[in-house]
Design a protein around this ligand. Sequence first.
Ligand code: PEP
Ligand code: MG
Length: 572
Amino acid sequence: MRHDFAGHGASRGLALGRARVRLPHALEMAEQRVPAAQADAEAQRLHDALEAARAEMRALREKLQGALSKEAFEFIDLHALLLDDPELVQALETLVRQERYSAGYALRVQRDRLAAVFEQMDDPYLRSRLDDLDHIIGRINAHLQRREPLPRGTAGEVLVCDNVAPSELAQLQAQGVVAIVSAAGSPLSHSAILARSLHLPLVVGAAEALARINDGDVVMVDGETGEVVVDPDAADLRRYQQREQQDARARRDLERLRSKPTRTRDGVDIALYANAESREDVARAHALGAAGVGLYRTEFLFLQRNELPDEDEQFQVYRDAVLGMSGRPVTFRTLDLGADKADRTGLSLANEDNPALGVRGVRLSLLYDQVFDTQLRAIARAAAYGPVRVLVPMVSCREEVLLVRRRLRRAVAAVKRRGVVVVTPPLGAMIEVPAAAIGVHGLVDAVDFMSIGTNDLVQYLLAVDRNNDALGDLYSPLHPGVLRLLAHVIGAGAQSGTPVAVCGEMAGDTRLAPLLLAIGLREFSLHPASLLELRRAIRECRLDSLRERAGKLLQARDRSAIERWLQEAVSR
Ligand code: PEP
Ligand code: MG
């Protein structure tokens, strides 16, 4: 029967497909008993699931050999031990055979018993092993629940899950997934950024998704509004077709702006750069007339693989991006692994209690000498094919920039010794750590350009995890503190003659263009999918009147005052 619910739109696009439900590890199983005659079969089902989970752990261990840290292997071994633990296995068997519980319900009962024991432990380390127990129970349950896979190729699939990692997105799309609905997640996560780049519709924070969608249901997903319709009726399908036609018309209208300049009504040219993660993004950026690539996220080349890309492989990817922009600059951001971009890479990353505050971005590059030097040499080689810039993520102090500059010069020298003719590319810093933003005066003479990463800057400034949906509206670039800090950085750039761009998702939010122009921004870097829309929004602005009203904007004391300012700006 038709029903609908909503999450948050995180990657635009409409999709219609059959649901593939991926259950989370958490177990919510209602009490269920099986008739005595079925107890043997149920016990066998349980043993098969246990055996499948064990085989999975063995395969995982083999596959990740050499690619994971010692700590990560310890986890795998601990999980394998738990799967053989008589405390678990025999108790489950007894529950199924004697109590005649279904295998799933037996799992839940035994999990709760063991959890009660864990929770009473004094040692916090042992207490925290409850997570491992849950992980294992979830794994066994996933095998118990496994049904016949949907027939391939008959329809696109909509993946319905608790959450999705950035590293699995491309693979899912290649498998025919046409949209994703996740119960958790946020539109600012790296998964959302990547989904937008792949043009894969994504709805996040749809808390009811797992409870209300079954495998094989037909689902209609709107990645813009966050609407999810299960079992759409004739009216929904008509609406779907109409929306598709409207979208096609809107795309045609926007297409007319392809060859137009990005110029305000009072004649000021604004530079629109593109963010890119792939060859396709570069091609689109070029076709849409982007001024260059303002942010090439190189880490995506390192994800979902067990070995590191070598210098040649990286060089070819970077060179193709440079060739793809035919003379317009390409800004390669050096590796920004860590935090939510670490789930599978060719590096042995240690588990950290606080990954967002840990070894990520430039910190990681400075720790892994060879990885960094290899990347810098690959970028330097690509610079022989056209203008290249190097952008350093997660800079928190001047010393880091100076160290990177030295390393970059060395890489260029090494490449020159091989006979390649290159100049040292301009070096820029991402301004995304609050200390770097506040202390920007200490950076301006050490860099050639700056790019504000509002995604992280907002998270660190407001102490709000960009991936935590539970914090809802608290994550907002429309906080007076955020705006003042942006104005401070942009002002410092203008004073010192250091170009400043914004490359976080805020730059691609066309609604916010008047605000960013008012505080002095002249360079935007955004995903190509929104480039023409931003061009249209900027062409409707008058810079002189926005600049006049900047004072009022910066005096705003709360988000609603900023929202009002924005409304007034567009109604003028
Ligand atoms: C940012 O933090 O705004 C940014 C552009 O970098 P990323 O989203 O890759 O962290
Ligand atoms: Mg960032």
